[in-house]
Write a protein that binds this ligand. Structure first.
Ligand code: LLP
Length: 438
């Protein structure tokens, strides 16, 4: 049980979230825009993101890495909204993609950013490889010898050279949810770091492959800087060995994974990033090339909230259920990872807090946003904001229970822009047919 009621006070410079009450009696705002106004205009459930915070978070990384040549490649999977990709591209970000679909998104909004794209993922198809080669992406993060062979063959066919990095698995343990931990030998990701040297050497003379970098990604929502340092130390050792063998890599890609604080309270994002950057930099010892990082969550999670309307409040035995119009299909993190998200009433009511479950209308007991949570009184018709939902929220949404996905709004200063309209029933039904071909 969470002991305290989520307190959202007027935002301060160190506030980790852009959501705040400008006056004690006013509705919750994103920057200068009231969530009540947005909910009226666009309906609920509604994703609301602060462009200002996304830009600010990117700048924090760029400043912390300023001491060396670097590129922040935003992990598109965290939130692939075109408007967010466009925003980040305009601030000089690169992109970490894991599918042909994500590549198309980047190319659609920022074709000039093709040369800032790294392509990760353990199962790239031939078509995806061809498209990425033709687009001229920066680097393929290769996850197996078999994939490297395929990459060489496709590059030869297209008469172009493929820059690659082996994604090594450093066998480093990172404290996080088991579903999002990736850096141990038992995981499906990457190539055992002990085998990497041999693989680089074996393709050294291949005219279609350029050994360009080495990459590593140990998992997601990692709160401490220490495992990142440990992983990069192992990578640096490999880079030095390769150099002695005459293979000079230009890039170390440290992956993503830096975690945020999903709980209420003080969280100094800039200090966290500085600590992370220092751990990585210290571990790079003597490497003079370019550093790539692939943050997703840290850039967009706290910038976003899922705004929902309360449909019913009902009691079953000792329990009180607050039933919202948002559900697990809109935000699956609590159901999938037992993830904690703070829930803030948009217009808090006075009165004694109550212990409630906040749930959606989907027919599964796993359809909850909070269990046994102490919240200020809530009545049907009230709006609530489920916080820190900017990463892996809309990106992991579905149409389960034939529920149209939410609309999305991007707030910039005092302006709010609808960046994705709410799905209609027609959108959901059009790919299907029920007639029998004669
Ligand atoms: N690079 C690679 C190769 C990755 O696999 C990932 C995330 C990232 C970068 C970005 O990691 P981040 O900075 O966002 O932690 N759905 C889960 C998270 C899955 C992460 C998958 N890989 C969640 O909602 O917590």
């Amino acid at each position: 049980m969470t002991a305290s009621v989520t307190q959202i006070s007027p935002s301060s410079p160190s506030s980790p979230r852009p959501f705040h009450h400008p006056q004690p009696e006013s509705a919750l705002h994103c920057g200068k825009v009231s969530l009540e106004t947005l909910a009226k205009r666009h309906g609920t459930p509604l994703y609301v993101y602060s462009a200002d915070q996304i830009v600010e978070r990117l700048a924090i990384f760029q400043e912390a890495l300023a001491g060396r040549e670097h590129l922040v490649c935003y992990a598109v999977k965290a939130n692939s909204a075109l408007a967010i990709l466009k925003l980040l591209a305009s601030c000089g970000a690169g992109f970490d993609i894991v599918s042909g679909g994500e590549l198309e998104r980047v190319l659609a909004v920022a074709p000039e950013a093709a040369g800032r794209v790294v392509f990760s993922g353990a199962g790239k198809t031939l078509a995806e490889i061809d498209r990425a080669l033709t687009a001229g992406i920066l680097q393929f993060n290769v996850e197996s010898e078999a994939e490297l062979e395929v990459l060489a063959a496709r590059a030869a066919k297209l008469k172009t050279k493929a820059r690659f990095a082996l994604r090594v698995n450093p066998d480093v343990f990172a404290e996080t949810h088991p579903y999002i931990s990736t850096g141990l030998r038992e995981h499906k990701f990457g190539i055992d770091i002990r085998r990497a040297l041999g693989i680089y050497k074996s393709v050294a003379g291949n005219r279609w492959l350029e050994p360009y970098g080495v990459s590593v990604h140990i998992g997601s929502q990692i709160r401490s800087a220490e495992p990142f340092g440990a992983a990069i130390e192992r990578v640096s050792k490999l880079v030095r060995q390769l150099k002695r063998e005459g293979i000079a890599l230009q890039v170390v890609d440290a992956g993503g994974g830096l975690g945020i604080d999903y709980h209420a309270g003080h969280f100094d994002a800039a200090a966290k990033v500085r600590e992370y950057a220092e751990a990585v930099e210290n571990a790079l010892e003597g490497f003079e090339g370019r550093l790539l990082i692939e943050p997703g969550r840290f850039l967009v999670a706290q910038a976003g909230a899922l705004v929902a309307r309360v449909l019913y409040v009902k009691r079953n035995g000792k329990k009180t259920f607050v039933i919202t119009d948002a559900a697990m299909n809109d935000l699956i993190r609590p159901a999938l990872y037992q993830a904690h998200h703070e829930i803030a009433p948009v217009r808090p009511r006075a009165g004694r807090p109550r212990i409630v479950d906040v749930v959606g209308p989907v027919c599964e007991s796993g359809d909850f946003f909070a269990r046994d949570r102490k919240l200020a009184p809530i009545e049907p018709g009230d709006l609530v904001a489920i916080l820190d939902a900017g990463a892996y929220g809309m990106a992991q949404s579905s149409n389960y229970n034939t529920r149209p996905r939410p609309a999305e709004v991007l707030v910039e200063g005092s302006k709010a822009r609808l960046i994705r309209r709410r799905e209609t029933m027609a959108d959901l039904l059009w790919p299907e047919t029920f007639t029998v071909e004669g």
